[in-house]
Design a protein around this ligand. Sequence first.
Ligand code: SUG
Length: 446
Amino acid sequence: MATEPLEVNFDGLPGPTHNYSGLAIGNLASERNKNFVANPREAALQGLAKMKALADRGFAQGLLPPHERPDIAALRALGFAGSEKEILAKAARQAPQLLAACSSAAAMWVANAATVSPSADTADGRVHFTPANLVTHFHRSLETATTTRVLRAIFADEQRFVVHDPLPPAQQLGDEGAANHTRFAAADNAAGVELFVYGRVAFDVEAPAPRRFPARQTREASEAVARRHALAPARTLFAQQHPDAIDAGVFHNDVIAVGSGTVLFCHERAFVGQDALLRALADRVGAGFAALVVSEREVSLERAVATYLFNSQLLPRREGGMLLVAPAECRSDAAVGALLERLVSGTGPIGEVLTFDLKQSMQNGGGPACLRLRVALTPAERSAIRARIWLDAALHAELSAWVERHYRDRLAPADLSDPALLDEGRRALDELTALLHLGNVYRFQL
Ligand code: SUG
């Protein structure tokens, strides 16, 4: 029997202002579902159901809290003045898209919270975190300060953890965190091979780049993160996302590739120079490395983006073989459904597929993998965490009741100026920090 996996999945809990404002350029779902009426309560319960199901299966499951929204300090910085109620009313009247940006619950997609390097990979033997600066989109850039505080509250033991500041907030250093980073390792406790994926090279205008949609991550940002984390160059790889993939809606690499252990599951049009990359990975990860590459003929890039097939989690099962945690949308697509059947019926590394209804998040372009941040921890590092963030049956029940108490079941962009929403959110988050033993992490608490 395999030893207990060291990797912990921390899932982001969707917040009380979850809504569809069409804020994310190049994210087809977000663009398409603009102005839909959202159901924040259902979003949070769907997220909790996934966490619970995986915890019940024996996977180590943590959670990260939502952020305070609307972000009144950000609205003030944009020149809206007066009481909080006046600020909301003025922003709704004069600049509804700015109010939407300052109200987004996008912090739920914690694959973008930070890049994480486990202690087995770093020169000083500590777990390194670099919160992402998320500069490509204003609504996401607002997450960095709270994310940094939350990570420092949870990973507080400085002997074991270091939470860096985010990279400087400049487009040339655009960093989107773990969504563009994959770690491979031949065994638990073994030093890993870290793959950093970028969309463009900021300081080389000649380098290939997408034409239609922004490349959110730069090579310079990826390199800076690797440098800070003091990774061994021999075990660090950099690869470019295929510009055609970005232009087809692959705004983060985790929309087209997922890797874990010794397995990489990706589309044939995921990377520039894909064959060379696969050879380099095989060379560094070792003989066990297996690449499951899906051809355009079997599943087109367009269907891969529409179903979010690759935005899946790959988890090592105790009984052997890997579990693929995929969005429910994959089952209803003929080509993707057939591929999943083929994967589990063969002798390949994937032994089982589990799908979840995450529609509330999916409609904003966030599948199972977007909702989680992977942190590989030794048992001693796990026990150094004091916050109550492990999702067991008791915490699941308490959080579900908390969601039922505080979350609305209908939220349209026009509701974002309702001052009651701000109060409801603060009341909920104040209770949540107590429930999770987090201390004060929100601006309204400081
Ligand atoms: O940054 N959507 C997010 C989705 C992030 C998905 N994360 C990963 N792939 N890891 C984004 O595009 C939409 C918000 C709105 O339109 O209301 C949004 O921000």
